[in-house]
Design a protein around this ligand. Structure first.
Ligand code: SIN
Ligand code: FE2
Length: 217
C-alpha cells in the first residue's frame, strides 16, 4: 500500500468528478487493474492487429485501432459502422476478456449506470503526435447505454464539448488508469484528444492506449 502510494505520487488521487450531468471522471479507477488489461490487449492485438483505418474521405486515422467483443467499430471508404468480423483477417473479433467486462460494468455502475453490458470495445493506440479530432459516438443503436472510456499509458488532454460541434470544449488532463463515463444527457457530447505529447510511460512506453466500451447493437 505505502509503496504503491509512493510510486503513484505524481498521479492525481482517486476520486469522482462530475464533468456534466451524466458524465463522470473516475480518477485512477483502472490503475490497479492496468497490468492485467495490458496483458489482455497484447493477446488481442496478436490476433487482430492494430491498423490505421481509412476514413470515408480517404485519409488514414491518426490513432491505430483494433477491437474485441461481438462487434467492432470500423471505418473505410464506405463509412463508419460496426462489424462482427475483422475485415483484415476475416475472423470474428476476439471475445471481450472478463477483466474488460468487469471493469466496464464496475465503472459504469460507479458513475450511475448499473447493469452495463458492452458488446463492443474499440482499442485505440496513440503514439506521441497523434490525436483524435472532435466527434460524437453515434454509430451505436442503443443510445441509452453509456460510453466507458479507459486511459492507459501516456497522458492526454481530453476535449469534452457539448451537443453541437461549435460548443466550447473543456480540456481535461487524463492519465494512466483514469476512466471517463458519459451517458444519459451527455451521451452525444462531442469529444476528442489533443496531440499526445512526447514521453515514455513505465508500463506502456511511448504510447497511450484507450479502451472505449459501447453497446453497439
Ligand atoms: C474515442 O473517442 O474513441 C477515444 C477517446 C480517447 O482516446 O480517450
Ligand atoms: Fe469517441
Amino acid at each position: 500500500m505505502t509503496l504503491d502510494l509512493f510510486q503513484d505520487c505524481d498521479l492525481p488521487s482517486p476520486g469522482r468528478e462530475e464533468l456534466a450531468p451524466g458524465a463522470i471522471l473516475l480518477r485512477g479507477f483502472a490503475r490497479r487493474r492496468a497490468e492485467g488489461l495490458v496483458a489482455a490487449i497484447e493477446e488481442i492485438a496478436a490476433r487482430t492487429p492494430f491498423r490505421h483505418m481509412q476514413t470515408p474521405g480517404g485519409q488514414h486515422m491518426s490513432a491505430a485501432m483494433t477491437n474485441c467483443g461481438p462487434f467492432g467499430w470500423i471505418s473505410d471508404r464506405r463509412g463508419y459502422r460496426y462489424e462482427p468480423s475483422d475485415p483484415d483477417t476475416g475472423a470474428p473479433w476476439p471475445p471481450m476478456p472478463g477483466i474488460f467486462l468487469d471493469l466496464a460494468a464496475d465503472a459504469a455502475a460507479d458513475a450511475g449506470f448499473p447493469g452495463f453490458l458492452p458488446d463492443a470495445c474499440l482499442i485505440n493506440r496513440y503514439e506521441p503526435g497523434t490525436r483524435m479530432s472532435l466527434h460524437q459516438d453515434r454509430d451505436e443503436q442503443d443510445l441509452t447505454a453509456p460510453i466507458v472510456s479507459v486511459s492507459l499509458g501516456l497522458p492526454a488532454i481530453f476535449l469534452f464539448g457539448g451537443l453541437k460541434r461549435s460548443d466550447p470544449s473543456d480540456r481535461i488532463a487524463l492519465v494512466h488508469g483514469d476512466v471517463v463515463v458519459w451517458g444519459g444527457p451527455s451521451r452525444l457530447r462531442f469529444h476528442g484528444i489533443l496531440p499526445i505529447r512526447e514521453g515514455t510511460h513505465a508500463l506502456l512506453g511511448r504510447q497511450r492506449i484507450n479502451l472505449t466500451f459501447r453497446k453497439a447493437a
